[in-house]
Design a protein around this ligand. Structure first.
Ligand code: B12
Length: 381
C-alpha cells in the first residue's frame, strides 16, 4: 500500500465520485471515520498566499519543519507525480465543548491542584491514546477495504507527518469551513476532530474542478447546514470574534489566522526549554495544549448542546486513560524521565518530552498557588 520509492510508473485508476462515495460509505463507519472527501490533484490552493505570508513573516513560531520548503507544501504532486487525488478524512475526538467551559473570562471557584484532576488541564485531544496511531491505522484499514474493490490502488497516508495543508484540503473536499481560529469547523460537529490524508492514484470524475470547494464531502456521519450560496464559503464566522477575544496570549489575529509563536498550544507542547519569561499568568491552569479558541466557539457549544441524531460515539481510545488517575499534578512536576517514558509513550503527551511536562506542571502549580490559574483549567467538572 505504500508508494514506491523509485519513480516507476503507477497506473492511474479511473472512478467516478458517486462510486467512490459508495465505497467510502461502506468502509468508513467500520473504521471510525466520520467524514471523508476527495480533491483532484494537482490543485491550486485558494489560501496559498496566507500560507506564504505565514512563513515569510515568521508566524510559524520556530517550527522549522513547516518552513523547510514552503512551495512543496502547495503541490503534493511535485513529490508524488503519480497522485491523481488526495483523500481527506476526519475523526471526532469530542462532540463540542459545553458553554462556559475553558472560558478564562467566566471566572469560577478556586481550584486546588488536583481539583479538577490534571487531565482536565490537558487539551481534549490529548487525554487518551495518540491520534497519530489510531487515525493512521483507521485510514489504512479504510484504504485496504477500498483496495479490495480497486486492485492496484496505491496510497501514501499522512496524519501530520507529511507536507500537506490538511485544513485547506478538508475545506476544499467539503468537510467544513475554515474558522477565524484557523480550525476546520463542521457546522453540526464543530471542530473537535482530527484530520488525515491519503494521496491516491485515482482519477476521480465528477468532483468539483480543482480549487473549487465542495459543499458536502463524499461521506459524512452528519450533513452540514444547507448553503445559501452555490459555492461553499471559506468561512462562516461572520462578525463573531469570540476566539480572538478569549485567547489569553492574543495569538489569533482579528482578521483570522494564528501567530503560532504566541499560541499556548505551542508554548506547552512544541516549545523546548524554558517557558516564555514573564508570561506565566497567561498559561493559567493549562498543563498541555489549549482548547480556549475552540471552547468559546459557538459552533462547538452548539455541537455539544444539540448533537445530530444518530451520531456514533466518539472513537474508543480518546477518553482519558484510566492510568493517568494514578498521578497528581505534583507528581508530574517531578516525574523522572523513565517514568515519563513508561507512562506516556503512545500518548500525545509524549510530544512535550519529560522536561516539558515537568516545566508545564511546575508553572501550573505556581499559578494555582498565586490564584492565576483559578479559572483557566481546560474543564470544570
Ligand atoms: C503546526 C501545527 C500546529 C501549530 C501551529 C498552528 C497554526 N494554526 O498554524 C500549533 C502547535 C500552534 C498547533 C496548535 C493546535 N493544533 Co495543530 N497542527 C499543525 C499542523 C502540523 C500544521 C498546520 C499548518 O500548516 N499551519 C500553517 C497555517 C498557515 O495553516 P493552517 O493553520 O492550517 O491554516 C489554514 C486555514 O485555516 C487558512 N487560514 C489560516 N489563517 C487564515 C486567515 C484568514 C483571514 C483566512 C481567510 C484563512 C486562514 O489558511 C491555511 C491554509 O489553508 C497541522 C497538521 C497539518 N499538516 O495540517 C496540525 C492541526 C492543524 N492541528 C490540529 C489541532 C487539533 C491543534 C490544536 C487544537 C491542539 C490543541 N488543542 O492544543 C491547536 C489549535 C490551535 C489553532 N487555533 O490552530 C488539527 C486541527 C483539526 C481541525 N479541526 O482543524 C491538525 C489538522 C492536526 C490533525 N492531524 O488533526 N498546531
Amino acid at each position: 500500500m505504500t508508494a514506491p520509492r523509485t519513480p516507476e510508473p503507477v497506473p492511474a485508476i479511473g472512478i467516478d465520485a458517486a462510486t467512490l462515495a459508495a465505497l467510502l460509505a461502506r468502509a468508513c463507519p467500520a473504521h471510525h471515520l466520520d467524514l471523508a472527501g476527495a480533491v483532484v490533484l494537482p490543485c491550486p490552493l485558494p489560501h496559498a498566499d496566507i500560507w506564504r505570508s505565514y512563513v515569510a513573516e515568521g508566524r510559524h513560531g520556530g517550527l522549522d519543519y513547516l518552513a523547510r520548503d514552503p512551495e512543496a507544501r502547495l503541490d503534493p504532486t511535485r513529490r508524488d507525480a503519480w497522485a491523481g487525488a488526495l483523500l481527506i478524512f476526519a475523526q471526532r475526538y469530542t462532540d463540542g465543548w459545553p458553554r462556559g467551559d475553558t472560558d478564562p473570562s467566566a471566572g469560577g471557584p478556586a481550584g486546588a491542584a488536583d481539583d479538577p484532576p490534571w487531565t482536565a488541564r490537558v487539551s481534549r485531544y490529548a487525554r487518551g491514546q495518540d491520534y497519530h496511531d489510531l487515525l493512521k491505522g483507521d485510514i489504512e484499514g479504510t484504504l485496504a477495504a477500498l483496495a479490495r474493490e480497486l486492485p492496484g490502488l496505491r496510497a501514501r497516508v499522512a496524519v501530520d507527518t507529511g507536507p500537506y495543508l490538511e485544513r485547506e484540503y478538508a475545506w476544499l473536499a467539503g468537510l467544513g469551513f475554515l474558522g477565524r481560529n484557523t480550525c476546520l469547523i463542521h457546522e453540526k460537529l464543530g471542530s473537535g476532530m482530527f484530520l488525515g490524508v491519503a494521496l491516491v492514484n485515482l482519477q476521480v470524475a465528477g468532483l468539483p474542478p480543482a480549487g473549487v470547494p465542495a459543499v458536502e464531502p463524499l461521506y459524512a456521519v452528519a450533513a452540514r447546514r444547507r448553503h445559501v450560496a452555490p459555492v461553499a464559503p471559506a468561512s462562516r464566522c461572520g462578525t463573531c470574534t469570540r476566539c480572538v477575544e478569549a485567547c489569553p496570549t492574543q495569538a489569533i489575529r482579528p482578521g483570522g489566522g494564528l501567530d503560532a509563536g504566541l499560541c499556548l498550544s505551542m508554548w506547552t507542547i512544541d516549545r523546548r526549554g524554558e517557558a516564555p519569561v514573564g508570561r506565566d499568568a497567561e498559561q493559567g491552569g493549562l498543563l498541555f495544549g489549549c482548547d480556549i479558541c475552540q471552547a468559546v466557539c459557538p459552533w462547538n457549544t452548539h455541537a455539544d448542546a444539540t448533537p445530530p441524531a444518530g451520531l456514533p460515539p466518539v472513537r474508543d481510545g480518546y477518553a482519558p486513560l484510566a492510568a493517568h488517575d494514578e498521578l497528581t499534578l505534583a507528581d508530574l512536576a517531578e516525574l523522572p524521565d523513565d517514568a515519563f517514558a513508561a507512562r506516556f509513550r503512545r500518548t500525545p503527551l509524549w510530544r512535550c518530552h519529560p522536561d516539558g511536562l515537568r516545566r508545564n506542571a511546575a508553572r501550573v502549580l505556581a499559578n494555582l498557588k498565586q490564584g492565576a490559574g483559578d479559572d483557566a483549567g481546560q474543564e470544570r467538572p
